[in-house]
Design a protein around this ligand. Structure first.
Ligand code: 5GP
Length: 130
């Protein structure tokens, strides 16, 4: 069965899309730790990021860098933190999270609640900075 991220990539489930190329897809996390929290995923479905081959994991980081630079310009922050957890969705993904301090990367703290309008507004700002 396709993962929820594959279904998002295929357009079966809606998302706030940020960027896409032949191999990778970026979209905003639906339950963000911070405003601008974005996920980067390979279109190729694999449960574990360190199962990706060298070329794919390298290219994924280059794609994530482009997205991170756009988030950095769109959202007030010091830099973009990077996390790989992958315990919830069995489809490799990188979390890109705008941070100003270490605690901003804490997945256990209360997440940010964003309306559809707020998601669209942040999405627009990020996409404009790609
Ligand atoms: P992890 O697998 O790294 O522990 O967490 C998976 C992440 O995917 C979570 O931050 C969660 O909010 C996000 N997520 C799960 N389902 C969806 C979804 O349907 N849409 C979006 N945009 N994000 C999702």
């Amino acid at each position: 069965m396709a993962t929820i991220f594959s279904r998002i990539i295929q357009g079966e489930i809606p998302c706030y899309k940020i960027a896409e190329d032949e191999r990778f897809f970026a979209f905003m996390d639906i339950n963000p730790v911070a405003v601008g929290h974005t996920l980067v995923v390979p279109k190729h479905e694999d449960d574990y990021i360190f199962n990706l081959d060298d070329d794919e994991i390298g290219a994924m980081m280059v794609f994530a860098k482009k997205v991170a630079k756009a988030i950095e310009k769109a959202v007030p922050c010091k830099r973009i933190g990077v996390a790989v957890i992958g315990l919830e969705v069995p489809h490799a993904h990188i979390h890109l999270i705008p941070i100003t301090q270490e605690g901003d990367m804490d997945f256990k703290k209360e997440h940010v609640h964003m309306s559809d309008e707020e998601f669209r507004e942040v999405q627009k700002r990020i996409v404009e900075n790609l």
